[in-house]
Design a protein around this ligand. Structure first.
Ligand SMILES: N[C@@H](CCC(=O)N[C@@H](CS)C(=O)NCC(=O)O)C(=O)O
Length: 215
């Protein structure tokens, strides 16, 4: 059975849990506590598996895959079921473009280790750290909201009539923004997609608070 190294509050692991559920793939979840005792992701046993010291990490019968986008695409290619990346090239490019806007340009700036570095080594105040978080989320969300608006569709999903990786990445990142009390008033499309997706079991069951390691 597939194993997923995950942490309940990890935005990147949340994306993969949604993808696994959408594909209806059974998996064993192995919790990696990112905070306790300085973070299990830094322990040699985990670093051996993922030298980046980040979750998620997928173990497919001993074959290890890091990076949520790579894992999601691997799952899509190796399992039957609904396509998480559309076949039509333009639509597929739109999905990848939105996922990368989130995974490459928004999320890394607000990752745990970045916030810890700001607070620790650089000794910035809590207010300055929160300003940093808000600045990058809002700049990123404004662009993504516009990108979605430019893609005229009647669908409740980001692109096309079925959920794709774009929806998984949006739902996880909006969860993260809510956690940090970011106002979402400027992003009606992002919120509408999130609310619609969260009516579906695949998304609901992947929610952080539903995970066995949630505290
Ligand atoms: N680009 C990576 C990001 C992975 C990542 O940043 N994971 C975070 C949790 S969301 C993490 O493990 N953080 C641990 C740390 O910052 O020490 C992906 O998409 O998988």
């Amino acid at each position: 059975m597939l194993k997923l190294y995950s942490y309940w509050r990890s935005t990147a692991a949340y994306r993969v849990r949604i993808a696994l559920n959408l594909k209806r793939v059974a998996y064993q979840m192995i919790p990696v506590h990112l905070v306790k005792d300085g973070g299990e992701q830094h322990k040699p046993a985990y670093r051996q598996k993922n030298p980046q010291g980040l979750v998620p990490l997928l173990d497919d019968n001993g074959q290890l895959i890091s990076q949520s986008m790579a894992i999601c695409e691997y799952l899509d290619e190796t399992h039957a079921g609904p396509e998480l990346l559309p076949t039509e090239p333009f639509l597929k490019a739109q999905v990848r473009s939105l996922c990368q806007a989130i995974a490459c340009d928004i999320h890394p700036l607000n990752n745990l280790r970045v916030l810890q570095y700001l607070k620790g080594e650089l000794e910035v105040s809590d207010n300055a750290k929160n300003d940093w978080y808000q600045h990058w989320i809002q700049q990123g969300f404004r662009a993504v909201e516009k990108q979605l608006a430019n893609f005229a569709t009647e669908s409740s999903f980001a692109f096309g009539n079925e959920p794709t990786l774009a929806d998984a990445f949006i739902v996880a990142q909006v969860y993260n923004a809510r956690r940090f009390n970011i106002s979402l008033d400027e992003y009606p499309r992002l919120v509408a997609i999130e609310q619609h997706c969260l009516t579906l079991d695949a998304f609901k069951d992947a929610q952080p608070e539903s995970q066995p390691d949630a505290v």
